[in-house]
Design a protein. Structure first.
Length: 212
């Protein structure tokens, strides 16, 4: 008897829930969604006044919600959304991306940030590509072969190493050879052993090339 009563009560509850859901019109659902977006934005517009970093609950999740809202024509304040995205999803500093010195949690934080940046309309760039490779490199590679460095002897940088060696310019040979290896590391999704030295080396070569 008790079992029958529980079954009947659950059936009635489910039927009532379905009836309420069916009764909710599209307008009510859209209004509810718009009110929730407004709550997001009421706190989001002041976030960077008191915080220096972006967060999953104030930037990443809203960015995904805004994309869905745009797709379904649900209104929200685009000015606030765009201003927040401009601060939260900038990948303009390639050197900072390569150094990756602000690690919090690669999967939950940084990978999620890339997904949210895409939702916010950030276009792919060299910086986002480097970030994606770094994150992939931090996954467990398992038991596999070690990376193999393959050299294209016709590449301009390889030829430059040869010319520097012929001229007995040891500083250029060291810088160019190290840069060649570090670029290969980056393209394989790894971070150079000494990011600061990599940046300094790259700057030296650029300045020499410009003749300044």
């Amino acid at each position: 008897m008790k079992k029958w009563f529980r079954h009947t009560a659950m059936t009635m509850a489910l039927a009532l829930t379905a009836a309420v859901a069916a009764a909710a019109d599209a307008g009510s659902i859209r209004n509810a969604a718009a009110r929730n977006l407004a709550l997001f934005q009421s706190s989001q517009k002041h976030w960077f006044e008191v915080q220096r970093c972006d967060s999953c609950h104030h930037q990443y999740q809203p960015a995904l919600a805004y994309r869905a809202a745009r797709e379904h024509g649900i209104p929200f304040d685009e000015t606030i959304a765009r201003a927040d995205a401009a601060k939260a999803f900038t990948y303009a500093d390639l050197d900072k991306v390569i150094q990756y010195s602000w690690i919090i949690e690669p999967a939950v934080d940084d990978a999620y940030r890339l997904i949210a940046a895409d939702a916010a309309g950030v276009r792919p760039s060299l910086s986002t590509a480097v970030m994606a490779r770094i994150l992939m490199a931090r996954q467990n590679r398992g038991v596999g072969a070690k990376p193999i460095l393959e050299l294209n002897m016709k590449h301009a940088l390889v030829r430059a190493v040869g010319r520097a060696q012929e001229a007995k310019n040891e500083s250029d040979v060291t810088d160019l050879s190290s840069l060649l290896f570090e670029q290969a590391q980056i393209l394989d999704g790894e971070v150079p052993d000494d990011p600061a030295a990599f940046a300094a080396r790259l700057n030296r070569l650029v300045v020499r090339g410009l003749g300044t």
